[in-house]
Design a protein. Structure first.
Length: 221
């Protein structure tokens, strides 16, 4: 009997996953790793914002009608966590569709906070295809401050109480970190606490060591 799950595992055997909680530095590390080994990057956040929203299942019904306060202030942190967890899980099949549509002659590294271990695990031939980076609260704040300084304003700035919105989102992220870590433990997947003790070179070396069975024998540079 044909097993569609096994078929997807085989078809996605060339995909590596760098996931975890927001503001762990995943995008930076993925870009550096991809540049070193000539990997193709799939940024789940980019596709979610620019492509998935126009496809069935790409955005929760009624989201666009919510005010910024209704999105980030009125819900409790627990409600924010449950909403994001449910929404990102529901939209994960679009990620799979995208990856299956890409050529399989080049290793792909998929990255983003919406790639949860309970979604990824059924697609893995090996646990070494995925790693989850979980920043401490202090690292999260440093990364977020740098991102807000160098990039566009974050959503919380457009609420009536940005400080409260930031606290809510920080508490939501703490709940996500706990859930991701416990899920990784249950599923036998590797997660790493990002606490600032590793510099950029050491962080890349950590990813290289974990993904070694799937990377080219020699770097591209």
């Amino acid at each position: 009997m044909h097993d569609p799950v096994s078929d997807e595992r085989e078809r996605l055997a060339h995909v590596l996953w760098v996931a975890g909680a927001p503001n762990a530095g995943k995008t930076t590390l993925t870009r550096l790793l991809a540049g070193k080994y000539d990997l193709k990057i799939y940024n789940a956040d980019w596709h979610h914002v620019r492509e998935h929203r126009g496809r069935p299942g790409g955005v929760v019904k009624g989201w666009d009608e919510l005010t910024m306060d209704e999105r980030w202030i009125r819900p409790s942190p627990r409600e924010l966590y449950e909403r994001e967890s449910a929404n990102w899980t529901a939209s994960f099949p679009l990620v799979v569709e995208d990856l299956l549509a890409l050529p399989d002659d080049r290793t792909i590294v998929a990255e983003g906070p919406a790639l949860f271990p309970w979604c990824i695990a059924p697609l893995l031939l090996s646990a070494t295809q995925a790693i989850f980076l979980l920043p401490t609260a202090e690292v999260r704040e440093r990364v977020l401050a740098r991102r807000n300084r160098d990039g566009p304003a974050s959503s919380d700035r457009f609420t009536t109480d940005p400080e409260r919105a930031r606290r809510n989102i920080a508490a939501r992220d703490a709940l996500l970190r706990e859930r991701i870590a416990s899920s990784c433990e249950d599923l036998g997947l590797r997660w790493v606490r990002i606490d600032g003790s590793l510099d950029l070179d050491d962080s890349i070396a950590l990813l290289e060591q974990h993904f070694r069975p799937h990377l080219p024998a020699q770097p591209n540079v």
